[in-house]
Write a new protein. Structure first.
Ligand code: UDP
Length: 238
């Protein structure tokens, strides 16, 4: 399960979708896809609309969140289109029913698509407000029996300090769920999503999408990003 934030589709733009960036994301996914792995992608909407920030400006929270979910459907359509352009078979499913533009999310159908070699792009997160697509990714990863939830971020993994501000920041190679949830300076994913992954033993890999062949290398089991799990101790990269 790949969780890709909406901002990855923005490229250099301040807002919205840059078709070239969408193609770049699709090409990254293709590198992993061609290694014979089944892939589901949960796409975010932050490049277009975030419910929480809109609610702070006066739109009722649940309404704003539904607007955010609609943004993820637009991104899902863009990503589906880009994947198809480069020859990766793909189906878009939405947790909000929108039969004219996307299949509705049906768990067994999503699994079947993957078995048939199609990438499944999942839009509208969980389909309910007050959560984000991180939680949608954790939930869908569990119900689709994914092996790992891979969250793409701006830096390659989780660091002990903000690497943008501190030159001596060090990357965690592995991290316990407890540390990922409890350490105040680690804000990598929604706590709800991490808690769900922890309780159900779903490992999370935090990595940078646009850095060399990161996604492919991660799929091949190389040391990429930070692995968060119940089966590891917290260790920094040496
Ligand atoms: N959202 C929601 N329920 C969900 C998933 C998303 O209400 O299950 C809304 C929420 O308002 C969120 C917006 O959709 O801010 C866009 O998703 P997100 O912020 O997760 O996008 P990302 O940061 O991954 O681009």
């Amino acid at each position: 399960m790949l969780k890709i934030g909406g901002e990855s589709l923005m490229g250099e733009r301040p807002y919205g979708i840059d078709p070239q960036a969408a193609l770049d994301v699709a090409n990254n996914i293709k590198q992993a896809y061609t290694r014979n792995v089944e892939i589901a992608v949960v796409i975010g909407g932050g490049n277009i609309f975030r419910g929480l920030s809109a609610s702070k400006k006066g739109i009722e929270r649940a309404t704003a969140d539904y607007m955010g979910m609609l943004a993820t459907v637009m991104n899902g359509l863009a990503l589906q289109d880009s994947l198809e352009q480069i020859g990766v078979p793909c189906r878009l499913q939405s947790a909000l029913q929108m039969p004219a533009v996307a299949e509705s999310f049906i768990r067994r159908k999503a699994i079947r698509h993957m078995e048939k070699g199609r990438v499944v792009v999942l839009a509208a997160g969980t389909g309910v407000p007050y959560v984000t697509t991180d939680t949608g990714a954790a939930l869908h990863a569990l119900e689709l029996h994914c092996d790992v939830l891979m969250k793409a971020t701006k830096v390659n993994g989780i660091y002990d300090k903000d690497p943008a501000k501190h030159k001596n920041a060090r990357r965690y190679s592995t991290l316990t769920f407890r540390d990922a949830i409890e350490k105040d300076d680690i804000e990598v994913m929604d706590t709800a999503a991490l808690a769900m992954a922890k309780e159900n033993d779903m490992p999370v890999l935090v990595y940078k999408l646009f850095e060399g062949d990161n996604l492919k290398n991660a799929v091949l089991g190389e040391d990429v990003g930070t692995y968060v799990g119940n089966d590891v101790e917290t260790t920094l990269v040496k």
